[in-house]
Design a protein around this ligand. Structure first.
Ligand SMILES: [Zn+2]
Length: 354
């Protein structure tokens, strides 16, 4: 029997496709032969995120400077009520945000979401975000961590945040099935509490090409009442391990990794021209650029006879590397989707053929 689609049905399908695109849930990567968009920044094997909850004071005093020494950035899930046991240190958080750390929501006053009415949940979701945005200049609050790991109403959570963290103790797949309940590992005396146990999860993520999210609270046991404290020496040793394997682990804040995944899965590459000593392509993701502004790592096979190349986006140079894989030479670089053509120009011994 032939299938006859009415124009109304067709319009409905177009509307659904459009909404999926808007929500960023549509995994529709289109990449032509010769190009690859990296699963993780720099074609690394795994993404690793360190997240800290509850505003325990040692997070800003001890952890952030320690991570900074490695060039690693973290997510600070912040409780916004001034009545909270550790009121947010807004000037410290602003400084961390300017340094590249993510300041995200851990609600207003840390309720269990499964016990809240819809209106109370809506208030926790919206007002904690708005309070953070009012205090932290130059950044936007885009993710949330659920108190006690109860997601409540995920559809409502998704109206305010692009991703949310739970804590079911699993490696997250390179394309999570549920962005509103990303798993994490509780660290400290209630969870992973040795360097070996923590490093093992990073290795497991690398083996599976996945994402490992750590959840930390108190540090050193000197903050009375802080949940599941962990020693700074243990954290430090895990950072030394990740830092010793820079080609394997991409350490980045929770919201940065979530955006990278959505952009990567929506990325569409199309070659505009390829002739002589110059190749031009365009990369789009059709996501809201005011949120989705994380560069994606791309590589392009170099034509026969090209030893090296230089890359431009809108005439500004992008930093790039030449890699050789199975006798094929590639140029690798980070480029932001939806921001103009990228041109790869042959580089000769005498200079650039541009
Ligand atoms: Zn908490």
């Amino acid at each position: 029997m032939p299938i006859i689609e009415s124009s109304a049905t067709r319009r409905l399908w177009f509307a659904i496709a459009f909404l999926l695109t808007l929500s960023g849930k549509c995994a529709s990567q289109t990449v032509p032969a010769g190009y690859q968009v990296a699963t993780w920044r720099g074609f690394r094997s795994a993404a690793i995120s360190y997240t800290f909850d509850d505003n325990c004071p040692n997070q800003l005093a001890i952890a952030v400077p320690m991570f900074d020494r490695f060039g690693f950035k973290v997510t600070l899930f912040t409780v916004t009520s001034p009545k909270w046991v550790w009121p947010a240190n807004w000037s410290g958080l602003q400084k961390a945000a300017l340094g590249g750390d993510e300041i995200a929501s851990h609600t207003i006053d840390h309720p269990k979401f499964d016990t809240l009415s819809d209106s109370a949940l809506q208030a926790e979701l919206s007002r904690s975000r708005d309070t953070i945005n009012a205090h932290i200049k130059g950044k936007r609050c885009i993710t949330i961590a659920y108190p006690y790991c109860f997601p409540g109403n995920e559809a409502m959570d998704a109206e305010y945040y692009i991703a949310a963290r739970g804590c079911s103790g699993q490696i997250v797949s390179k394309t999570p099935s549920d962005f509103m309940n990303i798993s994490s590992f509780v660290c400290g005396d209630q969870g992973l509490n040795t360097v070996t146990a923590i490093d093992a999860e990073a290795d497991s993520a690398a083996a599976r090409n996945g994402w490992c999210v750590y959840l930390m609270h108190g540090i050193n046991g000197t903050e009375p009442g802080a949940y599941s404290p962990i020693s700074q020496d243990t954290i430090l040793a895990t950072l030394e391990y990740l830092s010793a394997h820079p080609d394997e682990f991409w350490v980045a804040p929770f919201g940065t990794v979530a955006r990278y995944i959505k952009e990567r899965n929506s990325a569409s590459v199309s070659e505009v021209s390829a002739h002589g000593d110059s190749i031009t392509f365009r990369m789009t993701d059709n996501l809201d650029g005011s949120y989705y502004d994380v560069p994606l790592t791309v590589r392009r096979e170099l034509p026969e006879g090209w030893d090296s190349a230089i890359v431009y986006q809108n005439d500004g140079p992008l930093s790039s590397d030449i890699v050789k894989i199975d006798r094929v030479r590639y140029v690798t670089f980070d480029a932001l989707p939806d921001t103009g053509n990228v041109t790869i120009v042959r580089k000769t011994g005498n200079g650039f053929d541009r």
